[in-house]
Design a protein around this ligand. Structure first.
Ligand code: KIV
Length: 256
């Protein structure tokens, strides 16, 4: 079964799990966990490159990380996140989506409602994941969207339109739970929430957030399942101490 059919089949049956990855080793680990999808997200602009948002991420950056992830993930379908300005026209969208596939992705995610581009990609046989709600490529500030009725209605209509176009799933980012629930109940495509509550058909998190790598970043929806920040600091402190005291390298870690 094609991967997007498998994702569609899960709606209402089994929750979908997607996580981001940006490099070979993390992709290799995630590939062994049996998650449904790996997203090479343009969130790499923040968590890998150290920018304040995703607006400086280029296609070249995305392809570099997609290739690395594809070397590590042999089973899990990989979704490439179309970065800002990569699909402003149908021609650009088609060309860049094909570059993602050549780099090892199985489909692409497009932020916002770009019907012409999405239609062209789907007609060309490229699986497309939609993305509604808070759209980091367009937003000046990261805040919950859809709290007022006009904004909520626009997000709802965008999701319906993406569904009609044939996207195989829709990411819903940072909206009130009730709005995500209404969308999830109305659309055929499975919804994958981030900061959108429990009624979505699946959940996605940025892997760095789930692992607790950045102590200073803790929006309400992020649950840390580990605290790798302190694990790393503890390990490095031990290394520093052992180098200073001459306990490393010992006999066992030396060639004779
Ligand atoms: O870039 C990204 O990681 C994303 C997820 C937050 C859905 O778009």
């Amino acid at each position: 079964m094609e991967f997007q059919e498998e994702i569609r089949r899960k709606k209402g049956r089994e929750k979908i799990v997607m996580l981001t990855a940006y490099d070979y080793q993390m992709a290799k680990i995630l590939d062994e966990t049996g998650i449904d999808l790996i997203l090479v997200g343009d969130s790499l602009g923040m968590v890998v490159q150290g920018h304040k948002d995703t607006k400086k991420v280029t296609m070249e950056d995305m392809l570099y990380h997609t290739r690395a992830v594809a070397r590590g993930a042999k089973k899990t379908p990989i979704i490439g996140d179309m970065p800002i300005n990569s699909c402003n026209t149908v021609e650009d969208g088609l060309r860049n989506a094909k570059r993602f596939l050549e780099a090892g992705a199985h489909g692409v995610k497009i932020e916002g409602n770009k019907p012409e581009v999405i239609k062209a990609l789907i007609n060309a046989g490229i699986p497309v994941m939609g993305h509604v709600g808070m759209l980091p490529q367009l937003s000046e500030t990261y805040r919950v969207k859809g709290k007022n009725p006009e904004e909520a209605e626009k997000i709802f209509q965008d999701a319906l339109e993406l569904d009609k176009l044939g996207v195989f799933s829709i990411v819903i980012e940072c909206v009130p739970e009730s709005l995500a629930k209404s969308i999830t109940e109305k659309v055929k495509a499975p919804t994958i929430g981030i900061g959108a509550g429990k009624h979505c058909d699946g959940q996605v998190l940025v892997i760095n957030d789930l692992l607790g790598l950045d102590e200073s970043f803790k929006p309400k929806f992020v649950k840390r399942y580990a605290n790798l920040n302190s694990v790393i600091k503890d390990a490095v402190s031990k290394f520093v101490e052992e180098v200073h005291t001459g306990r490393y390298p010992d006999k066992e870690h030396t060639y004779h």
